[in-house]
Ligand binder design. Structure first.
Ligand code: ADP
Ligand code: MG
Length: 334
């Protein structure tokens, strides 16, 4: 049996609003192996952040409703935990790093007090012990001159150092899983590369299991072992990272790949072809395949919703191009 730190089955998140219910996540199932980096990738609005918030118990209440057949965290079922149970888990067993550290930091509190807060909450440590542990964490995440940085206020750190501090905060209770939601999107290219390198090193040295959320397949290629491609609240392709780039099976994935700028191309040739059209409004989804209105390969059968089909080597795609012939409705051919 695979050694999974996280195993999600049938995660579905809905919002009730003025015009009825909207399902923002539809029946997601995926695993994160121990010490692995697993990617969630897709255009803006595909449900990546909502997946993170659902796993963290941070979906806005009472409008949001999260259900799942099962969510196992290191073998423990966490899908039936209430708000108090999730609070006990958050920051201790699952931690999260967000895109813009400035918005998750309090501008008038010293950095060490904030980074060390999970230790106060979950382990009841005193100030002296917390400060010492934060110093260790600052060293671990490569914050230069860490001792003087302890007493800094957030605005006194650069964006890159703030994100290192947030990673230190995420890891301070040695969580089983770290969820990083676009952790480098707000940073310049050089700093972005440094933060990604840090996260890879942490995985290699400490064995941190990571869910890496990004809209950037370049980051996926560099960081991840496995990838889940999301579109309009569903997983549409799931594969080992090499397989995904070698044999992208969903037309959406192929579209995302075609829009990666290539460093080898001359600047003039670097125009990014993007996928025509837009992510659909979840309240007005097209019947059948959600990607079909934008898909150059759409067929009549795509008016029916495709299931996830397993291809070679555990590679999974939600597309009629890959459905087994006997699952196709009579009279419709691909
Ligand atoms: N509080 C909310 N109420 C209703 N819908 C929401 C709420 N927050 C996000 N959504 C919707 O959920 C969908 C997924 O959003 P999100 O997970 O943020 O996408 P991503 O992170 O992939 O860009 C979007 O259609 C968004 O409009
Ligand atoms: Mg997001």
């Amino acid at each position: 049996m695979a050694d999974n730190i996280l195993s999600v089955r049938g995660l579905t998140t809905e919002f009730s609003g003025g015009r009825g219910d909207v399902r923002v996540l539809d029946d997601l199932s995926f695993d994160v192996g121990r010490g692995r980096i697993v990617g969630l990738v897709g255009e803006s609005g595909s449900g990546k952040s909502m997946t993170a918030l659902s796993l963290m118990g941070l979906v806005p209440q009472p409008q949001g409703r999260v259900t799942a057949r099962s969510i196992l965290l290191d073998g423990t079922e966490i899908s039936r935990l209430g708000p108090a149970g999730m609070r006990a888990l958050r920051g201790r067993d699952i931690a999260m790093v967000f895109q813009e550290p400035m918005t998750s930091l309090n501008p008038v509190r010293k950095v060490w007090e904030q980074v060390g807060e999970p230790l106060a909450i979950h382990h009841g440590l005193g100030r002296r012990a917390i400060r010492a542990r934060v110093l260790e964490m600052f060293e671990m995440v490569g914050i230069p001159d860490p001792k003087t940085r302890l007493d800094a206020y957030p605005h006194q750190l650069s964006g890159g150092l703030r994100q290192r501090a947030m990673i230190a905060m995420g890891l301070i209770c040695e969580p089983k899983l770290l969820i990083a939601d676009e952790p480098t999107t707000a940073l310049d290219v050089t700093t972005q590369a440094q933060i990604l390198r840090l996260m890879r090193e942490l995985r290699d040295r400490v064995g941190t299991s990571i869910i890496m959320i990004t809209h950037d397949l370049g980051i996926i290629a560099e960081m991840c072992d496995e990838v889940n491609v999301m579109y309009a609240g569903q997983i549409v392709e799931q594969a080992d990272v090499f397989d995904l780039f070698e044999k992208p099976s969903h037309p959406y994935t192929r579209g995302l790949l075609a829009s990666i700028p290539r460093a080898t191309e001359p600047r003039a040739g670097r125009r990014m072809p993007s996928i025509p059209g837009m992510v659909p409004n979840l309240a007005k989804l097209p019947p059948g395949c959600r990607f079909s209105p934008r898909c150059a390969e759409a067929m009549p059968i795509c008016r029916r919703p495709p299931d996830l089909a397993t291809l070679d080597g555990g590679h999974v795609a939600r597309c009629w191009l890959h459905a087994a012939p006997d699952t196709r409705p009579m009279g419709e051919t691909a």
